[in-house]
Write a protein that binds this ligand. Structure first.
Ligand code: ADP
Ligand code: MG
Length: 608
């Protein structure tokens, strides 16, 4: 084919694709424009996942009638005048690309009135073509309505996810800005339902309450630290979670640079999480709402079409202030690794470290997972084991081995992949000690219960009936709007897993839960499920099913730090014996470790 210059419409559509990936991008651009216009109130409405309509109304400075058409021209901006300005950007927008890009792929109506104008103006533009422009009475400010997004680019439309997922992405954008600008009053309505509203009173914690609920917001720790001057100035401020309050994803990490939202990825996220040092469990993430203020010339925001990544002039300095700021907040709040985990301060360092590892709060556990002298045997139960010769001694906890005589109690089920186990007792309120013909077993009670629950749920799911338990008093759960909307949109799929949920004002009400779920973990479990629904970790039916099985088995009633009676321990071990893979938990960690008689004898120097 000969080389040709693309016609203007096609070129505009291609360019639009870079800026406008999905409905949430439109919301982001329009909200940024409203903020740049100095708005104190911003109302966002979305219908049909934002494809049918997105409407953003602000009370900002408005666009003068004779400039409104220009605002929709490519590279038209009131925010930059020379190339030098690019090195000190103080507005969220600067490229003059958003409005033309949106207008290239949708039907747009812009109604605006500049603060000093008597009357406003209405501009209609679709597929990049101006269709009408006329005077119009309206209050000062700007309302932009974007209808039938991607109507003329069907391929782009096909790449979009469900309406619920797109609505969730829109909610996430509005949430970001509501947190970055607590002095602006935000409201969001999705398909006619108000899902988010902040007061705009300027208090970050108040805005956080609106989004994460009072319980969470009041636990967050204030962060505030500054260093340097002039171009080296760095100020980190906001809120972070104490170590006990964690999430299974980084969805609750909100990071801003000069109040511009950036992705919680890369070095910034790593530095933030490292500030928690050993306080975070593997796979858990803190919550954070942090703004990093730097000199406008010390940051390059022009590295990504959606402006969601930035480059610092002095990254090392920024990272060090960030790390120090978060650590200081954790320390000032009196959080100490050992106290947080409920370990007495009287223990010496080595003991504390041991306790922390025992509680699983260390990220460097490997050395303790399998001490050199213990091994997890994968062999099936020893064939020579005297069936029935090992019987639980009840509360007496006697250590002697019983003579091999037929027991009065029915023999233990021997279908399992485990040797017969005689329960001796519990240590550290977390591990069951049991004796078997091949030595001594330590069974992690929580991991064991996870395995049992996982397999039970798998069977129930296979049969199509997850055992559900109706709550006597339906529980109202306050979750971030994004999570809530995803869950409500998936109510049918959740019903298959034993959850009965419904909208309740701006919250969510739970009427029934899977019978295996520990009610105290309800909110955490729902948040994790919302994460799965948002597509993290895959979206095939198989991945969804696996994610649900793991989440639900994770939140069972038997936990570490809980005293178990002999009956409970016996019940647990018997159920574990019925499992197809009793030796690992669903995450792949061992449920038990074995110290063989030979190993014990070697430790005592009886054999070499
Ligand atoms: P940019 O924000 O990069 O300047 P846009 O295409 O988003 O580019 O907007 C073009 C121009 O239109 C802006 O520079 C601004 O002057 C004007 N504008 C857009 N939205 C608004 C608004 N909500 N209020 C006032 N002016 C606006
Ligand atoms: Mg803009």
């Amino acid at each position: 084919m000969p080389i040709r210059v693309l016609d203007a419409t096609v070129a505009a559509q291609i360019a639009a694709g870079e800026v406008i990936e999905r409905p949430a991008s439109v919301v982001r651009e329009l909200v940024e424009n409203a903020l740049d216009a100095g708005a104190r109130r911003i109302a966002v409405e979305a219908r049909g996942g934002g494809l049918r309509e997105i409407r953003v109304q602000d009370d900002g400075c408005g666009i003068p009638a004779d400039e409104v058409e220009l605002a929709f021209a490519r590279h038209a901006t009131s925010k930059l005048s020379s190339a030098d300005d690019l090195w000190s950007i103080t507005t969220l927008g600067f490229r003059g690309e958003a409005l033309p890009s949106i207008a290239a792929v949708a039907q747009v109506i812009c109604i605006t009135r500049a603060a000093n104008a008597d009357v406003g103006v209405e501009l209609r533009i679709a597929g990049g073509e101006v269709q009408a422009i006329m005077p119009r009475g309206c209050s000062p400010g700007t309302t932009i309505s974007v209808r039938n997004l991607f109507y003329n680019t069907p391929v782009r439309r096909e790449f979009l996810r469900s309406d619920a997922t797109e609505s969730a992405a829109i909610t996430a954008v509005v949430t970001q800005y509501a947190l970055a600008y607590p002095e602006v009053r935000f409201s969001l309505s999705i398909d006619g339902r108000v899902t988010l509203q902040t007061s705009g009173n300027g208090d970050l914690r108040a805005a956080t309450i609106e989004i994460y609920g009072l319980d969470v917001a009041r636990q967050l720790l204030a962060v505030d630290a500054a260093a340097g001057e002039g171009i080296d100035y760095v100020h980190v401020s906001g809120l972070v979670s104490p170590p006990g309050l964690t999430r299974s994803s980084r969805a609750a990490i909100h990071l801003f640079v000069n109040r511009r939202a950036i992705q919680p990825r890369g070095q910034i996220a790593i530095v933030l999480e490292e500030a928690y040092h050993t306080l975070l469990m593997k796979g858990r993430h803190p919550m954070a709402i942090l703004n990093i203020d730097v000199h406008p010339a010390a940051v390059d925001v022009n590295v990504h079409p959606t402006k969601s990544e930035v480059k610092f002039r002095n990254t090392t300095q920024v990272m060090s202030v960030l790390g120090r700021a978060v650590r200081a907040a954790l320390l000032e709040s009196g959080v100490r690794p050992w106290e947080e985990a409920g370990i007495p301060a009287s223990l010496d360092t080595a003991q504390r470290r041991f306790e922390l590892r025992r509680l699983g709060t260390s990220s460097h556990e490997s050395a303790w997972d399998t001490p050199p002298w213990m091994s997890v045997s994968d062999e099936p139960g020893s064939a020579s084991a005297p069936t029935g010769g090992w019987r639980d001694e009840g509360q007496s906890g006697a250590w002697q081995r019983e003579p091999v005589t037929p027991p009065a109690a029915p023999p233990m089920v021997q279908t399992s992949k485990l040797p017969p186990l005689r329960i001796i007792g519990q240590i550290a309120q977390s591990y069951i000690v049991a004796e078997s013909p091949d030595g001594m077993y330590l069974i992690d009670q929580h991991a064991a219960h996870e395995r049992i629950t996982y397999e039970r749920l798998m069977v129930q799911r296979g049969a199509g009936v997850i055992e559900s338990q109706e709550l006597l008093i339906p529980q109202v759960v306050d979750l971030p709007p994004t999570a809530q909307n995803l869950l409500l949109a998936a109510a049918d799929r959740l019903a298959e897993w034993g959850f009965v949920i419904e909208p309740f004002g701006r919250s969510l009400r739970v009427r029934a839960i899977p019978a295996t779920l520990y009610p105290g973990d309800l909110a955490t479990a729902l948040l994790e499920i919302a994460d799965h629904l948002s597509g993290r970790g895959g979206t095939t039916p198989h991945e969804w099913r696996e994610a649900m099985l793991i989440t639900l088995s994770c939140h069972t009633s038997v936990r570490a730090g809980q005293t178990l009676s002999f009956d409970e321990m016996r019940g647990l071990v018997m159920q574990l014996e019925q499992c197809a893979s009793p030796r690992t938990c669903p995450h792949g960690r061992p449920t038990m470790i074995l110290l063989t008689t030979t190993q014990i004898e070697r430790q005592f120097g009886r054999i070499t």
